[in-house]
Design a protein. Structure first.
Lengths: 381, 133
């Protein structure tokens, strides 16, 4: 089986950009990634584009602008894990020998406010049962019962990630915030306050994948794509991202994030103890803590203690969301997973300046959302 | 006229009930009714009325109207465990989370949601704390 490396990454910052189209942002990210990988027109044999709200042929519009078409271009929708899904498809095709080099990108302009999703039926909206933050609140409440997570812990996650994000030029919020400010923001759905929720927004990210024996002579360290896995949910968990109306009285059903992480670790031949840096889904502050448990960064029930230990803050044993996470960057669905991968490639190359995790050699990216879809990517240098 | 937010989810009798199904192959219960069991893929589960009472497992309140919603805010949302071994997502009649507690006994009610463009009173299902019913 062929091994896959990442030879180029590019970003359009995440934020709100009046007058800049989904295509414009994609073009910027793709140009940057191709340039870094020293790949030009005709240099890749397929392209996968992650997007959830981009509309028909989002990927084609970006590559048409660059005069780079003719190869298969496939848009990939997997909710919050769209970019991870695109990466998995690209990596699989290279490993199988179908292509040598594949372009993967994601671009998105999200509507403002609570995400309105065609996923729900109209009656669910009418009955008030399609309020996404309510599901986050219910999940956060269960985390308080099962893991002793308090509002102070939730505020601490926000403070940590916003501190990390303060030195990320690609983040939407680059200003630190205090726990008092977080707790003074209005309650959206108990126990979650407004500043504990990430903002849906806009942005793009791109990655060039190639067979390791074809990686060019550029001065950049090629980063190994050691595992790239997408999983959906198993039925039974009532608060799963698949948002069913009922589930079983059974807490043993593994989450899609756990399924994806287990498979990605197996693919990479690595485990949670090998990780140096993690970017995980922090749609809300509780989601980050739940991710610690689902990804095996701590024992079930141990997320509050792991946070309290300082291990997941910059300078700790295993910094989580050095980019500032979605709480600082905001969440453009199709681009968010690849935004994590761009950050981690830069971390593994040692390019991150003030937010550099020293000596990072093994990194994990995690996205999860509607579907349910969970994507986990393991990178090594 | 009194109309349900969606037909086939609950009955509007005294007392009301949630309309679920039970898989005879694996024994699991479902809400709403399924035509294939999500747990074992066996077809044609048996239609059943689910228990009217259960225990509160998680809860919150929505403080601002989400897209597509025309009812009052704040309103409660929770998860109630039924004796059939399932957890159901539902509106709650209690919109102050501080008034509720884990394992609190809950009872099914039918409640008004809003008045639609044709002047109909739209109703839906909700769980209420039993002490308050």
């Amino acid at each position: 089986m062929k091994r896959v490396v990442i030879t180029g990454v590019g970003m359009h910052p995440f934020g709100r950009f009046e007058g800049v189209s989904t295509t414009d942002m994609g073009v910027q990210a793709v140009r940057a990634a191709l340039k870094q990988a020293e790949v030009g027109r005709g240099g890749f044999q397929a392209a996968f584009c992650g997007t959830a709200y981009g509309g028909v042929a989002t990927g084609h519009k970006v590559l048409s602008r660059l005069g780079m078409t003719g190869m298969p271009i496939v848009d990939v929708e997997a909710g919050c894990a769209s970019g991870g899904a695109a990466l998995m498809l690209a990596a699989g095709a290279i490993r199988a020998g179908q292509y040598d080099t594949v372009l993967v990108f994601g671009t998105e302009k999200m509507p403002k406010g609570i995400i309105r999703s065609t996923f729900f039926e109209p009656w669910q909206e009418e009955a008030g049962l399609a309020a996404t933050p309510a599901f986050f609140g219910l999940r956060a409440h269960r985390l308080s019962i099962n893991s002793g997570v308090t509002k102070a812990h939730l505020a601490q996650v926000v403070v940590k990630n916003r501190r990390h994000g303060s030195s990320n030029p690609d983040a939407m919020y680059q200003k630190e915030i205090s726990a008092e400010e977080v707790l003074a923001s209005r309650v959206v759905c108990e126990p979650l306050h407004l500043f504990m929720l990430c903002s849906p927004n806009e942005g793009a990210a791109a990655v060039v994948l190639t067979r390791d024996d074809l990686a060019g002579p550029s001065g950049l360290v090629p980063i190994n794509l050691a595992g790239a896995v997408l999983r959906s949910h198993l039925p039974g968990a009532v608060l799963s991202e698949s948002t069913p109306l009922s589930g079983l009285v059974d807490d043993s059903v593994p989450s899609p994030s756990t399924l994806a992480a287990t498979a990605a670790f197996a693919e990479a031949g690595l485990g949670p103890d090998d990780l140096d840096v993690v970017e995980c889904q922090d749609t809300d502050a509780a989601r980050e803590l739940l991710s610690y448990e689902e990804l095996g960064l701590c024992e079930p029930g141990g997320s509050a203690a792991l946070l309290e230990s300082g291990a997941t803050a910059m300078g700790g044993r295993l910094p989580v969301n050095p980019s500032g996470g979605l709480l600082s960057k905001g969440e453009p669905l199709g681009a968010s997973a690849l935004g994590q991968v761009v950050e981690l490639v830069r971390q593994l190359r040692g390019e991150c300046g003030a937010r550099q995790v020293d000596g990072a050699r093994v990194a994990l990216s995690h996205t999860v959302g509607r579907g349910a879809n969970a994507g986990v990517v393991v990178l090594t240098r | 006229m009194r109309v349900m937010v969606k037909e086939g989810l609950f009955t509007d009798g005294a007392p009301p009930a949630l309309l679920g199904s039970r898989c005879d192959a694996c024994g699991a219960h479902h809400f709403p009714r399924h035509d294939t069991c999500p747990y074992c893929s066996t077809e044609d589960p048996v239609p059943v009325e689910l228990s009217r009472t259960g225990e509160l497992w998680s809860w919150t309140a929505v403080t601002a109207p989400p897209p597509g919603y025309a009812g009052e805010t704040p309103y409660g949302v929770g998860v109630v465990e039924l004796p059939e071994g399932i957890r159901v997502i539902s509106r709650l009649t209690e919109s102050d989370p501080a008034q509720l507690s884990l394992g609190c006994p809950m009872e099914l009610q039918v409640v008004p949601l809003h008045t639609d463009a044709d002047g109909n009173d739209v109703i839906t299902f909700a769980f209420a704390p039993r002490s308050a019913s």
